[in-house]
Structure formats: structure tokens, C-alpha cells
Write a protein that binds this ligand. Structure first.
Ligand code: ASP
Ligand code: CP
Length: 343
């Protein structure tokens, strides 16, 4: 794996398997049973120029759980980019202050441009509609864990990706990452105008995966193993699209009724989050809360061990992790959420 994590393009299957293995070793720390200080003294710079809850906080928490500390800035207003500073200058300056940088920016390609000016590892926390590689890694980590829990093999699995496949950077990184695995069946469902870019479809199909496109969710999906739903990325719409976009109908909504009637008992549901829970948004339904088929919070929890694995690997301490583990001394609840299902 190269010294930055900018795109899934730079990863091969061995690198992905390696990160999944390290993430597994991070679990006792992520679950707050063990403490390590392997990154003691190291400082992370978090630069977020777009809204974020999960990516910013979980990278932050992951770095702290490895013993490091974090400096961050959010929004253009509070950085000197508001005074016209370039990505190049910002990158070089940050490189002199911190040991790793996570950056989220609204323009596709901006994080890669930023990374060109520093030798300090840079992680792309989302560049416009481009990519979100650490999300895809935690998604695949989640998929492998869920399949193991269900006692099912991943080879030949059927995945349904639905929602905004055009602007959703998580599905762009995810489909690239899935293409590195043994042949899968991938079905794509998106509202008109929000289809997966054709070059991505061609690339995955050329690697032996079976890609199918269906117009809506009003169909039989009883052989689907995983549903990956996504939010409509309205913030990326052009003015023309905002005016012409028809609100989502029930034919695109993943809810309990859809799962009960059209899927099978072990189909599980993922979503990168946030889900838009405002009335009329028709995003992933809250009526699945507490249902064990809803894997979204297991998925967010998995962000910590995977992001710890990414840091450990980029900063070359993965062999040190098991060495100085200690037991935690503080109170840790048995489950993190009040509705967490018993599995
Ligand atoms: N949080 C994810 C992202 O930043 C997905 C989303 O916002 O819908 O790409
Ligand atoms: N999944 C994700 O990237 O969430 P945030 O936008 O909250 O960081």
C-alpha cells in the first residue's frame, strides 16, 4: 500500500486482506476492553471542509485510541483557505505540524492534489463525488464480519446497491473495492438521473462480476444477501437537477415491509449514513431500528477498528499493537445503543 490512502485504485486484494486482518486485531481496543499507546506522541491533523459526523469523529477517536492526539479544523471559514491559501501551501504547512492528515473537501481530486505537496500520510475522507476509500474499507470489513456471523461464504454473494449511485462517493469506492473479490452478483437500483457512472460498471463487469440494473425496488429480491442503501446527495445537484428531480417514491424505499416481502430472512441492510430522517426524504426507514437485519450501527462501530488499522499501517506500527496492551479501567456499557439487537 502506498504512503497515502487517496483512492481504492491504489489497493490490491492483498492490501485489503492485510487491513482487514489488522482491523480484527484492533477489536479489543475499539470495543474498549484494551488500551494501547503505540502512537503516543503522534499528532493527527483533521481537515474537514464539508459536513461530517462519523468520518471526522471516528478518525479522531481511532487516533486517540492508538495513543495519539488530534488537531482539527472544520469548514473553510476557520481555515486560511478563506484568505485564498492554496492546497499546496496548506499541505506543506500541515506536513510540518502533524504526523498524518485526514482531509474532506467538496471538490473531486482535491485531496490527491493536496497530498502531492507532503510526504506525511494523507487519507481521503471524501472528495466531492469522487471517493471515500476508508468508508469502503469499513464497509467491506462489515460485509466479511456479517457473512462470517451468518455462516455464509462471500464468494458468489448477491449485493444490491441502491439510492444515489451517481454522486454517492461511498458506492464509487465500494464497487471498486468489491471488484477485487471473487466474482459477485451486484444489482444496481437508482432513481432516474442518479445512475452509477458507466466506466465504473464496465470496470467491475470486466473483472468477471455480474452486474444487473433494475428500475426500482418494486421487484423480487429474495436472493439478495446485502442491501447497501444510500442518501440522495442533493448538495451535489446542479440547479437544473434540483429543479427537475422528482421526490423519491415508495418504490425506492428500504423499510421493514420491503425486507419482509421482497427479501429473505438473512438479508442484511447497510448504509454509509447519515440517513435523511426528515419527512418525505424516503431514505432508509427508521421502522427497522432494533431489527437485527439492520447492520448500520454495527457498520459505524466497525469504522473504529478499520481506521485504527489504516493509521497503524500507514505509520508502520502494526507489529507493535499487541505488545503493550493493558486492560481498560473505566466503565464500559454492554451495548453502545439502547436498541442494539441481540445477535
Ligand atoms: N457520509 C457519506 C459521505 O460523506 C455518505 C453521505 O453523506 O450520504 O459520502
Ligand atoms: N459515512 C460518512 O462519511 O459519514 P459522515 O458524513 O458523517 O462523516
Amino acid at each position: 500500500m502506498p504512503s497515502h490512502l487517496l483512492s481504492i485504485d491504489a489497493l490490491d486484494r492483498d492490501a485489503v486482506d492485510h487491513l482487514i486482518r489488522i482491523a480484527g486485531r484492533m477489536e479489543p481496543i475499539a470495543q474498549r476492553r484494551k488500551v494501547t499507546r503505540v502512537l503516543e506522541g503522534a499528532v493527527l491533523g483533521n481537515l474537514f471542509f464539508e459536513a461530517s459526523t462519523r468520518t471526522r469523529i471516528s478518525f479522531n477517536a481511532a487516533f486517540c485510541r492508538l495513543g495519539g492526539s488530534v488537531c482539527d479544523t472544520t469548514g473553510f471559514t476557520f481555515s486560511s483557505m478563506a484568505k485564498g491559501e492554496s492546497l499546496y501551501d496548506t499541505s506543506r504547512v500541515m506536513g510540518g505540524y502533524v504526523d498524518a492528515i485526514v482531509m474532506r473537501h467538496p471538490e473531486q481530486g482535491s485531496v490527491a492534489e493536496f497530498a502531492e505537496a507532503t510526504r506525511v500520510p494523507v487519507i481521503n475522507g471524501g472528495d466531492g463525488p469522487g471517493e471515500h476509500p476508508s468508508q469502503a474499507l469499513l464497509d467491506v470489513y462489515t460485509i466479511t464480519k456479517e457473512f462470517a456471523r451468518l455462516g455464509k461464504p462471500l464468494a458468489g454473494a448477491h449485493l444490491l446497491l441502491t439510492g444515489d449511485l451517481k454522486y454517492g462517493r461511498t458506492v464509487h469506492s465500494l464497487i471498486k473495492l468489491l471488484s477485487l473479490f471473487d466474482p459477485l452478483r451486484i444489482t444496481l437500483v437508482s432513481p432516474p438521473g442518479l445512475e452509477m457512472p458507466q466506466p465504473l460498471i464496465d470496470r467491475v463487469a470486466s473483472r468477471g462480476h455480474r452486474i444487473e440494473i433494475r428500475p426500482s425496488l418494486a421487484d423480487d429480491f429474495s436472493d439478495v444477501d446485502v442491501i447497501y442503501a444510500t442518501r440522495i446527495q442533493r448538495e451535489r445537484f446542479t440547479t437544473e437537477m434540483t429543479e427537475s428531480f422528482q421526490e423519491l417514491t415508495a418504490d425506492y424505499v428500504v423499510d421493514r415491509g420491503f425486507l419482509d416481502r421482497r427479501c429473505n430472512a438473512s438479508t442484511f441492510v447497510m448504509h454509509p449514513l447519515p440517513r435523511d430522517s426528515r419527512p418525505g426524504a424516503n431514505d432508509l426507514s427508521v421502522d427497522l431500528n432494533g431489527d437485527p437485519r439492520l447492520a448500520i450501527f454495527r457498520q459505524t462501530d466497525n469504522g473504529i477498528p478499520m481506521r485504527m488499522a489504516i493509521f497503524a499501517h500507514l505509520l508502520k506500527v502494526e507489529e507493535e499493537i499487541d505488545r503493550d496492551l493493558r486492560d481498560v479501567r473505566w466503565y464500559v456499557p454492554e451495548t453502545f445503543g439502547v436498541d442494539d439487537p441481540a445477535l
